[in-house]
Write a new protein. Sequence first.
Length: 135
Amino acid sequence: LRAVAAQALKQPELAQLYRGRMMAQRLQPAELISMASRYRTVGMDREAREALMRARTQAPTNELALAGLIEIDLDNNSARDLVDFASDSIELRRTSYPLLERLRTRLTSDSFIFEPKRPAVLAMLDKVLQEPIAR
């Protein structure tokens, strides 16, 4: 919380100090996800992504961490891991439909035209999005 407060008060150096102390501790995935959510509220998306990646390393099937990573990458137009995240979210089958729809729209852009996994991931997304499940 101190890192978020320092960032909100326009003290990025202090925020980084507090964040470093917090990340040096052994945190559970739920704590990291909560921390990432707070970071996002003050525009610290890079730090939020780092916390979510750490949560995902500890709990690879944590759908909240994966959904958070997808949202950050979509919001920041980052293509770094988006195709892999898309594939993982389909395998988990718990990601929200609106997020999957945003993900599909992004993957159909020219940014991913040379991504080898793109056609398979888009086909899987289309299949999941066409399923008659209550949205």
